[in-house]
Design a protein around this ligand. Sequence first.
Ligand SMILES: [Zn+2]
Length: 318
Amino acid sequence: MNEKQWPPQIDPQRIAEIGAEAKARAEAKAAQSAAQSDTVANSDDDLADIEKRILARRSACAEFEASFRATLQTNPPNTPCPRHPGIQVPVDVQASVLASWQYFMDYGERKRRWVLELCPVCAEIAETAARRAWMKAAGVPDILLDASLANWTPRNPADTASLAVIQRYAELRRGFLILISPGYGNGKSHLATALLRIHGKGTFRKMYAIMSEVRAGYGNGKAQRVVDHFSRTPFLVMDELGLTSGGRDELPVIHEILDARFSAKRPTVLTGNFRTADELEPIVGGRMYDRLRAATFAVVALTGPTERAKLQRDYMAD
Ligand SMILES: [Zn+2]
């Protein structure tokens, strides 16, 4: 049981609100009947009566709360989770008192209405499923759905320093973060996904996938809508920059997306297999590259050995 919620209290604010609502309703009714009638209603007496009834109700409510509290102490509900029989489902005390009081108000019967919290294990399972679902919808590959900063292990002191920089960006979430490494499997996509997960909403795409989606829109007039989506998504991971087949439209499309994000200061993570950030220049264009340099929080070069063995294990495990 949550110690902080003990002893249970009916929120005095809520009691006052219920009283005020009842009083307002009664006053409105009195005013209406006074307006309809030729004789002046004895409204002062009526209001005094209402006041008295509210006070009586308030004390009944406090009494009820005290009796509820006593019941919970001597005879708490003993409900195990149907899925995890070893776990007692905790009582949501505040909600139980309110629900029981409401039942009494509705039916005039003093009955304990237990409102239970979700089993902590069930709550965690539901949370994980919901998080995986939105990340999948955001375009995160299956193999990265559980990626987080916590489950990325630095392999050398340089990695540890890189992780600290990435953690600072996770707090700031403004401008660009560029993650580079000379090869694959150094954790760029893992770390970029972890940042998207922290942000809570946004989009993950490999650069070639962005181009494919835009090109699929040329025939049906939806290309601009696709570009706008990547420009406006609250957090964009553009993965594997430069790994495309090229094409004359590539530079203008990538430029438009990045320029829109630059202007709106929307957080954007770029990853690529580069030794230095300068290799981005031909991909994004000279003008955009100058802007990027002004708007980049950090260029993080991941130098540790590849995680290919681990990636293969993860892949084969599913
Ligand atoms: Zn459970």
